[in-house]
Design a protein around this ligand. Structure first.
Ligand code: ATP
Ligand code: MG
Length: 309
């Protein structure tokens, strides 16, 4: 009887010891992993180095979930920093070019060209063009910065979209006589939005169609009601966009082929603005294009009233 009691006591002590040892092992591993995460957070805070990640442990679940969440957060931060760095470097590069051109002309004029009438006129023309380019670049950058901070001036009202499109067609015909601007259909459609922004967005799209369509080409601007949405199409028969680039044309400073743009000008910001304006109006934009055949931009915007397609 006594032996049995001793055996039972011994087993109980043994079990307690074993479970304590296992508990210690687990908690040591747990603490080790938590320490690793703390170390990583310190490294990021001290050095801004976002290239490191926590090693994912095989157990327990809660801990590996936390590690994965932490790694995911660092990856997103790293992407955002990279994007920011690229943006600043592109913006500086784009601004430096016109400044350098102006500096060049000023140096020549100062050195020996003041009395050369022809050079004077050429310099004035180039500097005017560069100033215009720089002003529009700065305005676009400010617009995007305001949009990023959700500080875009937005004064919504009911817009008769077809009337805005009629105006756009009329204005566009005045600035480009060498392309045919027409509309196959322009239905009476009302949306809620800021007419100034909507016009800016349509102008940026039509500007692209003009830029990337040779003289004699055709640009069509259509508008129709579709369920609870207004659908606008901007169609041109210009140079088109390769399939591989279509996803990226809305990225800031992205241009399909830099060589082509030496001729056409532009900084690759137009479509980023277009996208921001459409997002502000809770709409969407899609591109359909084939190289050498033309481009169709499809914009959908919510209607101010429910109308059947
Ligand atoms: P910016 O608008 O700042 O003056 P951009 O026209 O080059 O310069 P986006 O309007 O953002 O820039 O367009 C991005 C790129 O997409 C263009 O550089 C061009 O390569 C391509 N693209 C856009 N619209 C068309 C189009 N209708 N036809 C062919 N290519 C286009
Ligand atoms: Mg453009």
């Amino acid at each position: 009887m006594i032996n049995k009691a001793w055996l039972f006591l011994l087993a109980a002590v043994y079990c307690t010891w074993i479970s304590k040892a296992i508990g210690k092992m687990i908690s040591r591993k747990f603490v080790g992993q938590v320490n690793q995460m703390t170390q990583l957070a310190k490294v990021i805070a001290d050095s801004n180095d976002l290239s490191k990640r926590v090693a994912i442990s095989d157990h327990p679940d809660e801990l590996s979930n936390l590690e994965e969440a932490l790694n995911g957060m660092i990856t997103r931060l790293e992407d955002a920093f990279e994007k920011q760095k690229r943006f600043v470097s592109n913006a500086s590069h784009e601004l430096r070019t016109p400044v350098s051109v102006m500096q060049g002309y000023l140096d020549i004029l100062n050195a020996w060209g003041k009395d050369d009438q022809e050079l004077l006129e050429e310099s004035l023309q180039s500097m005017t063009e560069e100033t215009y380019h720089m002003k529009s670049l700065i305005e676009n950058l400010l617009f995007l910065a305001r949009a990023d901070q959700e500080r875009l001036l937005y004064e919504p009202q009911t817009i008769q979209l077809n009337e805005l499109i009629d105006k756009l067609i009329k204005d566009t015909r005045l600035i480009t006589e060498q392309r045919i601007i027409k509309s196959d259909r322009n239905e009476s459609v009302k949306i809620i939005g800021d007419p100034r922004l909507i016009l800016q967005m349509l102008r940026a799209l039509v500007e692209n169609s003009i830029k990337y369509t040779d003289p004699g080409g055709m640009i069509r601007i259509n508008c129709e009601r579709c369920g609870e949405q207004a659908r606008v199409e901007m169609i041109d028969d210009g140079i088109g966009i390769p399939e591989t680039d279509q996803e990226r044309i809305f990225d800031r400073f992205y241009r399909v082929d830099s060589a082509r743009h030496k001729k056409t000008g532009g900084s690759g910001l137009g479509l980023s603005l277009v996208k921001k304006i459409i997002e502000r109006h809770e709409g969407d934009i899609e591109v359909e294009s084939a190289l050498g055949e033309g481009t169709k931009m499809i914009i959908v915007l919510p209607l101010s009233e429910e109308v059947e397609c």
